[in-house]
Design a protein around this ligand. Structure first.
Ligand code: NAD
Ligand code: UGA
Length: 469
């Protein structure tokens, strides 16, 4: 039987992609029943919690959608078997982190979670099932998925057997703007061979996305486009950060350079904000995956080219840390440093690969006391990310709930995340609470120079340095 309209979807993986993506589909497609399954019971419990401030992913606009659709046509469960058996389409939305051991360790993506859930689909699917890769995966992963599924398509012969079709439908949402991105995507990319399945997936998106935004390619182009998009985006950040460093030593101002180059319509203004280095769960892992693939396919020069994007990023984080130490006379022992922001960007509670982690860890190891503020990240999460910092340092940080208290007797403030509330800080007031000589390090370029230059504070800003004094 050919499926043209999908009545039920199962999404495997209730994370930062699975949750928001399915919520937006459910909101726009009230006739489709969507079940999100995850092996992590705690996560599912939180998605089902009556108090919507407790859902595990913070995204502006998400809880309002969850309120509308949860237990109407969107369900969260750990029941993998029934969720797969009762659906027409399965989205694989599980994590694909960098391998930590074996061949390709440190670069290649670990697709063991993708393989594990493919085997679950093979085991429990009934009738025709369309399997959609939503996770970001190495090129040609669809081949492995197909092979696993085809080896199982003869089962259940009494009920007519089961059949599968595999599509690639990478996700381009950015955290912090996930709902906006999903509601109004630049494009929806679908890679595949089976026209009927492609049309079935298109029909879902056509409920709210204009047809001209739906583009189709072969499977491998779709898989590779996702890695390439992330590599190009990250490359822009490493490019602007490298020029920011040059600005700081030459007297140029990165804001002015950004404006001047961005007005060239071929370059454009977007994604050119200098910062402490990119964080997030994907840029680094996806570029490293790309470099591994290039090496695997005999293209070492291409691999080295993209690897440099990650190296510049690591260097940017390190140079900011080193600069802070230098400005504080090469010594932070027993100094109090206020850290503003722990998430990898504003408007998300995600801390994965956040530059704050490295900077805070190193400062603690150097002997500093940290007062860490973030409006959405919990102290448990901060503690988990800081990991083992040594017995002697483990009580040298505190999670500051009230922003105002963060500055009391601090020697320095480091702004690491561009949360809106940090843009409204009264620096005169802050100066009166800090110990002299005090420093503010703005790695996000959110402090207005005019508002701070007459305060009794030394000021450093990314892409400007302290050249303004
Ligand atoms: P995540 O870690 O937040 O969520 C993945 C979830 O999958 C976890 O809750 C985990 O318990 C679950 N899971 C793993 N194996 C399972 C199995 N066999 N059965 C059921 N559940 C299982 O990850 P994420 O940030 O949502 O990313 C998922 C994928 O999407 C990754 O490949 C990532 O590269 C890609 N992606 C992420 C983003 C983003 O902004 N986070 C954007 C685009 C693409
Ligand atoms: C990124 C991409 O933007 C998404 O398209 C993609 O789907 C996603 O990765 C993914 O595959 O996971 P995300 O990491 O959520 O999204 O957020 P971004 O807005 O891209 O920011 C990434 C990092 O770059 C953040 O640390 C951010 O602060 C930094 N950044 C971003 C800059 O330093 N400067 C900029 O101009 C933009």
């Amino acid at each position: 039987m050919q499926i043209e309209n999908i009545n039920s979807i199962c999404c495997i993986g209730a994370g930062y992609v699975g949750g928001p993506t399915m919520a937006v589909i459910a909101d726009n497609c009230p006739n489709i029943k969507i079940t999100i399954v995850d092996l992590n019971e705690e996560r599912i419990k939180l998605w089902n919690s009556a108090d919507l401030t407790k859902i595990p992913v913070f995204e502006p606009g998400l809880k309002e959608i969850i309120k509308r659709v949860r237990n109407k046509n969107l369900f969260f469960t750990t029941d993998v078997e029934n969720s797969i058996a009762n659906c027409d389409m399965v989205f694989i939305s599980v994590n694909t982190p960098t391998k930590t051991k074996g061949i390709g360790a440190g670069k290649a993506s670990n697709i063991s979670w993708v393989e594990a859930c493919t085997r679950q689909v093979a085991k429990y699917a009934v009738g025709k099932t369309i399997v959609v890769e939503k996770s970001t995966i190495p090129v040609r992963t669809a081949e492995a998925i197909k092979t696993i599924l085809e080896n199982n398509s003869e089962k259940n012969t009494s009920s007519g057997g089961c059949s599968f079709s595999v599509l690639s439908n990478p996700e381009f949402l950015a955290e912090g703007t996930a709902i906006k991105d999903l509601q109004n995507p630049d494009r929806i990319l679908i890679g595949g061979e089976d026209e009927v399945s492609i049309q079935a997936l298109k029909n879902i998106y056509l409920n709210w996305v204009a047809e001209e935004k739906l583009i189709t390619t072969n499977l491998w182009s779709s898989e590779l486009s996702k890695l390439t998009a992330n590599a190009f985006l990250a490359q822009r950040i490493s490019s602007i950060n490298s020029i920011a460093a040059l600005c700081e030593v030459t007297g140029a101002d990165i804001s002015e350079v950004k404006k001047a180059i961005g007005l060239d319509s071929r370059i454009g203004q977007k994604f050119l904000n200098a910062g402490p280095g990119f964080g997030g769960s994907c840029f680094k892992k996806d570029i490293l995956n790309l470099t591994y693939l290039c090496q695997h396919f005999g293209l070492p020069e291409v691999s080295a080219y993209w690897e440099q994007v990650v190296r510049i990023n690591d260097w940017q984080i390190y140079r900011i840390y080193k600069m802070v130490i230098n400005k504080l006379f090469g010594n932070v022992t027993n100094k109090k440093i206020a850290i503003l922001g722990f998430s990898f960007k504003a408007d998300t509670n995600d801390t994965r690969e956040s530059p704050s982690i490295f900077i805070c860890r190193e400062l603690l190891v150097e002997g500093a006391f940290l007062s860490i503020h973030d409006p959405k990240v919990s102290s448990t999460q901060i503690g988990l990310e800081l990991g083992d910092i040594g017995e002697e340092n483990k009580s040298n940080w505190s999670h500051s709930i009230e922003l105002e208290e963060t500055f009391d007797n601090a020697d320095a403030v480091i702004i690491l995340t561009e949360w809106e509330q940090y843009k409204k800080i009264d620096w005169d007031l802050v100066a009166s609470k800090m110990r002299l000589p005090s420093w503010v390090f703005d790695t996000r370029k959110i402090v207005n120079l005019e508002e701070i230059k007459n305060c009794d504070i030394n000021f450093w800003q990314v892409g400007l340095g302290d050249n303004h004094i």
